[in-house]
Design a protein around this ligand. Structure first.
Ligand code: ZN
Length: 286
């Protein structure tokens, strides 16, 4: 069935442009794997271990902070194509209200993965004192549209926000990618802090998760995107994380593991703490 969009990475009709960036898998594979190996573990930021502290002042480091968490897609999007195919303005062009998201070969959906990670992350953030604003509250609904998600985060007064996704790339490709905004007017003021936050997300993924930078998408786990509503319309610092590639069997095994989902949430939590407090959190039990 072609219920699931082929490039769910991207929040809508503009998926095609993102997928096109893959190029020819057979031609790109060798080079990309070599680059991947060379860059494995390479990070430009201090690791999350740096700056750890056991001071009581760090037990609720996010008190007074508001964090936007956007689990991509929704569990029943596939039931209402007329709704999710509605065209919305993403700040540069029209795109679909939403998409179904992807799934692993065994049928584990991206919507479910995204929501699980968001649930773990929200619990971690709340335990540290943050107020969490979610763009959806379960995995059995439809939508909301991607522009509405941006609006929810903007209106919440969030200090930072994360869009959580998993990709549908070439079956040979592996790894995570941080999707970063490009200045387009509404988001001009948050580009610099969003890029800084993106570096923390990247560094924390290397530290906390078994996932490694994408070997098929972007460069060393980063890519700029100017055609996604979430990145164009959100006026608080935000990046979109493609946690890895559901179309790859090894990545799929990791992404569907509850323990890896928790580690991904821990990584995102650590990046958020680093961004909002200037310090990496102390790690308890890894
Ligand atoms: Zn997605």
């Amino acid at each position: 069935m072609r219920v699931l969009a082929p490039c769910a990475a991207v929040l809508g009709a503009l998926a095609a442009s993102g997928c096109a960036a893959f190029g020819s898998p057979s031609a790109a594979s060798t080079t990309d794997h070599r680059t991947f190996a060379a860059e494995r573990g390479h990070g430009t930021s201090p690791g999350p271990g740096a700056g750890r502290s056991s001071s009581p002042a760090t037990t609720r480091p996010l008190a007074g902070k508001i964090v936007g968490v956007d689990p991509g897609h929704n569990g029943l999007n596939y039931t209402d194509p007329a709704y999710i195919d509605r065209q919305i303005w993403n700040g540069r062009e029209w795109e679909n209200c939403n998409t179904t998201g992807t799934a692993t070969a065994s049928g584990y959906t991206e919507a479910r993965f995204n929501f699980n990670v968001a649930t773990y992350l929200a619990a971690d953030l709340r335990a540290q004192g943050a107020k969490v604003v979610l763009t959806r509250h379960n995995n059995h609904g439809i939508g909301p549209c991607v522009n509405r998600r941006a609006q929810i985060i903007d209106h919440s007064g969030a200090d930072v926000a994360i869009d959580i996704h998993a990709d549908s790339g070439p079956s040979w490709g592996r790894g995570f990618a941080v999707l970063e905004p490009v200045a387009d007017g509404p988001n001009d003021k948050i580009i610099a802090p969003a890029l800084r936050f993106g570096r923390y997300v990247h560094s924390a993924f290397l530290q906390y998760t078994p996932l490694r930078p994408s070997d098929y998408y972007g460069h060393n786990g980063y890519i700029f995107r100017n055609n996604l509503a979430g990145l164009n319309l959100t006026t608080v610092p935000e990046v979109l994380i493609e946690c890895s590639n559901m179309a790859n069997s090894a990545d799929a095994a990791l992404l569907t593991s509850p323990s890896v989902q928790r580690k991904i949430a821990q990584a995102l939590d650590a990046a958020i703490v680093r961004f909002l407090t200037g310090r990496w959190p102390s790690r308890s039990g890894g």
